[in-house]
Design a protein around this ligand. Structure first.
Ligand code: ATP
Ligand code: MG
Length: 274
């Protein structure tokens, strides 16, 4: 009989032995970890390691084909509807419509999420102000800068006050000032709502600055997870940079550069954001 996952009272994400293949290729090979309420957790790993595949399974967009994953205590496969109510998701690809205004994008999403008419307006205005987009709200999104688009996407994912926010490469293609702006707003939101953030990133200094714990995924396996300080100790060099930790645990391999589909998505995104 299948063993039950142990209850972990503080955990908002509980993953055990999670697996996923595409055809005969195993992409996520028995990954286990937990993320606590209010924690910022960063999933790192080379192109093609399986990060987005994990995010898609945790956000109910892709069914796992082995193991178990719970978000907010609900099974991502059997209780997908419940999971969706308690999460926000900013995907790797663009998730707002450039031909609408910032306000209209949020309004459509608020309706999709089923926010009551009475609370919709207040919530949209509150988030626009919080993300410093109040002045830009009546403008078409295609005229926004990259940082503004990202802040709008985050506002969109926050409309229903999720307990867990998933961000797949939230700052890709942004300049350092825009990245800083996105993170300042995000971390304020995280504090305000005691929300957990699960992010993927290729920027090691960003991971070190914002994550309490990170996990390094390599070829579908979680090779190590813990606080950045703990990971440095584990490779015997407390003074190491996270870049060095990453290189150590992923075997200093040259990245395969992901696949065409992903590259195209990122490039298109960077171009539209840039
Ligand atoms: N729908 C799919 N069909 C077939 N293969 C897929 C599919 N989605 C992902 N893959 C493959 O699974 C592997 C992991 O992809 P994934 O997108 O999860 O990687 P990633 O860690 O997010 O990479 P990146 O850093 O480039 O975003 C890749 O080899 C990819 O080609
Ligand atoms: Mg990815």
């Amino acid at each position: 009989m299948k063993e039950r996952m142990e209850a972990h009272p503080e955990a908002v994400i509980e993953v055990r032995d999670l697996r996923r293949s595409f055809g005969s290729i195993a992409v996520v090979k028995g990954v286990s970890f937990t993320v606590d309420a209010g924690e910022v957790f960063g999933l790192l790993g080379p192109n093609g390691a399986g990060k987005t595949t994990i995010v898609k399974m945790l956000t109910t967009l892709l069914p796992p084909d082995g193991g178990e994953a719970k978000v907010c205590g609900y099974d991502v496969h059997r209780q997908a509807g419940r999971v969706r109510q308690c999460i926000g998701y900013v995907p790797q690809a663009l998730s707002v419509d450039g031909s609408l205004t910032g306000y209209e994008n949020l309004l459509i999403f608020a309706k999709i999420l089923g926010l009551k008419k009475s609370e919709r307006e207040h919530r949209i205005r509150e988030l626009l102000a919080f993300m410093e987009l109040a002045d830009a709200a009546p403008r078409l999104v295609r005229q926004y800068s990259g940082g503004m688009v990202r802040r709008l996407e985050i506002a969109q994912a926050m409309l229903h006050e999720p307990r867990v926010l998933f961000l797949d490469e939230p700052t890709v293609g942004l300049d350092p000032v825009a990245r800083k702006g996105v993170w300042e707003r995000l971390l304020d939101l995280q504090q305000k709502y005691r929300m957990a953030i699960f992010l993927t990133t290729h920027y090691m200094e960003e991971a070190e600055a914002v994550c309490r714990r990170v996990g390094i995924l390599d070829r579908g396996e979680m090779v190590v997870a813990g606080t950045p300080a703990r990971l440095k100790e584990s490779m015997g060099d407390p003074a190491a940079s996270l870049d060095e930790v990453f290189a150590h645990y992923t075997g200093n391999r040259l990245s395969t550069g992901g696949n065409y589909r992903e590259l195209k998505q990122v490039r298109r995104l960077s171009r539209r954001l840039g």
